[in-house]
Design a protein around this ligand. Structure first.
Ligand code: NAI
Length: 654
């Protein structure tokens, strides 16, 4: 039983990734590592699957030598030095776990942390149990117990789902379009400079994603009247150090544009050129840039970035209040309010201002890409880039192609997603695309159950705007009293919150209230209960108790049925795309795979029966009309594997 003799390159990272696919390091990893590095280190590294830098591994005795760039030569010298040395001390079967005396307290602390951090997952718990065994049992006995535990994990449902998730995530960048273009046969445009229009929640977050990846951004915010022709340009500059400058102190900027007549204002160490007009726009930009700076400060605080790197990021961010500043951008992402006319107006202006090769992207969460693209003379260059909120945290990017979007444009935004570190999924345009379309069905059922565990980060005003847009396109006016839209039942409970200015975190109140000192923690608010009671009275609704299992089933099966429709319409290319969207967009547990993986495990016959049952019970909700594809798949006597589902869309298998 030897511990390996290892020499590794200084840039290497070392870890036990097995837990990430629901396993434990079953080749005696949980028995050996505690003997080499101690229990605390072993528990942390094995349960998290994280990779530690080579020097940390060396410090804990996991590797013998960390080499410079000439790793082969250094390793040879090292090997020659140790050849012939006695091996006794390296035989781990004879080594005790150093901190075995504290195993129980370390185990309890690690267990309670793991239960919080990896909620619902069993593999981290098994890892801890196995590491505990290694301290309590002789080497061989602990190794035998480890084998039993890994067999349980290997044959369990969580590991199967995590293995599915592992491959599903790797399958999404391999996009293909109906025209035959694929990731392999299409070259993306090169993106050097970008623009973001709208410096609100999403625009600011998107700008963070871009500058963190070293991509320069010009962030455009409208002026007081929504007029984009103002001369204001705000330049973020590192050239003048202005820390502690009083808010009303004006200093000339080194980067004054020739058209400026105003003075400049220093704040947060950056330069803002202050014009005599457009104060509101200037304030909004200042707020956005302060916000971006604050987000990056947070990244520095958790050691994900150095202060110098933060400064470099801020150095490639420039603010402006006119789209004219974007003439040179290679790609522009629009993130203004969810309003089709406004977006069309912005795209038409971008089309006139930007060079012919510029890719124009919309961050719309629901609107038809074709309708936005038709406001330009370059529909082939128009595409959706749907980020999730908060954009700098959420790893999902849903790229949306319209009927005229060219393969090169698709390749460009898919490559951009990769560059900024997103899990990037390509889908076809339709109302709500894949994420919001399937999630809206989930949410609709949830609201009908009046159990509002809805997303608390996403602005309630965004939902309100979406509903208004849907109603407008149907020629209707939506009020909180509306019960049916296009013959379909809708819940306007969110609109009752909107009426009270409860937009979510951004206004400190939404479905919950938020303490400004800890805005991520939703606090139940009795006012919301009152709003619901009043809303029900206004609508003449009788509130009733719905068992939690029914709530879960209704929400989940509504999403599953809609997901099959999405496949049916080829809005998503494969089931994996939808599952990955749910994992990264709505935190669907990876160890449960996603709505479609879940359906495959339940069995499609049962899923179909359940959907039919709810359809009968709730005939007014069109999302319960059973998907045709689901019906076809369920009618087969044998379960059809997920990879073959979409083949049933082709005529031969109907
Ligand atoms: P927001 O209200 O926070 O920000 C919109 C910003 O656009 C405001 O700062 C506004 O002043 C600015 N703006 C409006 N008209 C403009 C114009 N003509 N030129 C330049 N700037 C202009 O809205 P939010 O939440 O950032 O949403 C923006 C877009 O992102 C919407 O299409 C929304 O549907 C989408 N989205 C929102 C998500 C969310 O959770 N908030 C998630 C995903 C997408």
């Amino acid at each position: 039983m030897l511990r390996w003799i290892t020499a590794v390159l200084f840039l290497s990272r070392i870890g036990f990734p097995e837990v990430l696919i629901g396993l434990l390091p079953g080749a005696e990893g949980t028995v050996r590592l505690p003997r080499v590095a101690g229990l605390a280190f072993a528990m942390d590294v094995i349960t998290s699957g994280k990779q530690v830098p080579a020097f940390d591994a060396y410090k804990h005795g996991v590797v013998d030598k960390v080499c410079g760039e000439n790793v082969l030569e250094e390793a040879k010298v090292f090997a020659n030095k140790v050849i012939g040395q006695p091996l006794g001390s390296r035989r781990l079967s004879g080594v005790d776990v150093k901190d075995a005396g504290s195993v129980d307290s370390l185990f309890e602390a690690a267990l309670s942390l793991a239960k919080k951090k990896f909620r619902g997952q069993i593999a981290p718990i098994y890892c801890l149990k196995s590491v505990r065994n290694s301290a309590k049992m002789p080497f061989h006995k602990a190794a035998a117990e480890e084998s039993k535990l890994i067999i349980e994990l290997m044959t369990g449902s969580q590991s199967a789902a995590l293995r599915y998730s592992f491959f599903a995530e790797r399958s999404v960048p391999k996009w293909k379009l109906p025209c035959g273009a694929t990731v392999n046969n299409t070259k993306p445009d090169i993106i050097r400079k970008t623009g973001v229009v709208g410096a609100g929640t999403m625009g600011s977050g998107i700008a963070v994603c871009l500058i963190q990846a070293g991509i320069p951004v010009i962030l455009v915010e409208k002026d007081q009247k929504g007029n984009l022709s103002s001369l204001l340009s705000i330049t973020v500059s590192q050239q003048i150090s202005t820390t502690n400058a009083p808010a009303d102190q004006y200093i000339w900027s080194l980067q004054l544009g020739t058209h400026f007549t105003g003075s400049s204002f220093c704040s947060c160490g950056f330069i803002f050129q202050r014009p005599p007009t457009s104060v509101k726009s200037w304030q909004m930009l200042e707020k956005a840039i302060k916000n971006i700076s604050g987000i990056l400060d947070g990244t520095v605080r958790v050691n994900r970035m150095t202060s110098k790197q933060k400064d470099q990021c801020m150095g490639i961010l420039k603010g402006a209040s006119t789209i004219n500043e974007l003439s040179d951008a290679d790609l522009v992402i629009e993130a203004v309010y969810e309003n089709l006319e406004l977006k069309r107006q912005v795209f038409s202006q971008l089309d006139q201002v930007c060079k012919a090769s510029t890719v124009l992207c919309s961050n719309t969460s629901t609107l038809d890409i074709d309708k936005i693209a038709s406001a330009t003379k370059r529909p082939e260059k128009v595409v959706g880039t749907h980020f999730f909120s908060p954009a700098y945290i959420m790893r999902l990017l849903e790229n949306v192609y319209g009927t005229k979007t060219s393969p090169t444009t698709v390749a460009t935004v898919m490559e951009l997603g990769r560059r900024i570190g997103k899990v990037t999924v390509l889908v076809k345009s339709c109302h709500g695309f894949v994420a919001n379309r399937t999630h809206l069905c989930f949410g609709a059922e949830l609201k009908c159950c009046v159990l509002f565990l809805c997303s608390y980060v996403k602005g309630i005003d965004v939902g309100w705007r979406i509903r208004q847009e849907v109603a407008k396109s149907a020629g209707l006016t939506l009020t909180p009293e509306t019960r049916y839209l296009n013959g379909e039942r809708v819940s306007t409970l969110g609109d009752s919150l909107y009426e009270k200015g409860r937009y979510g975190i951004k206004t400190g109140k939404g479905w919950y209230k938020y303490d400004p000192s800890n805005p991520r923690k939703p606090v139940p608010d009795s006012d919301v209960e009152d709003i619901i009671t009043r809303h029900c009275a206004r609508m003449g609704l009788q509130r009733q108790n719905i068992p939690p299992k029914e709530v879960i089933d209704r929400c989940l099966y509504a999403a599953i049925n809609e997901s099959f429709r999405v496949l049916e319409e080829r809005v998503a290319e494969k089931p994996q795309d939808i599952d990955v969207i749910w994992q990264y967009g709505f935190s669907f547990p990876r160890y449960a795979g996603g709505p479609l993986y879940f359906a495959s495990q339940v069995g499609l016959k049962k899923v179909f029966e359940k959907v039919c049952y709810f359809h009968e019970k709730f005939p007014y909700s069109s999302h319960w009309v059973p998907s045709d594809l689901l019906r076809k798949l369920a009618s087969h006597s044998v379960e059809i594997p997920m990879d073959q589902w979409t083949e049933f869309l082709s005529c031969s298998k109907l």
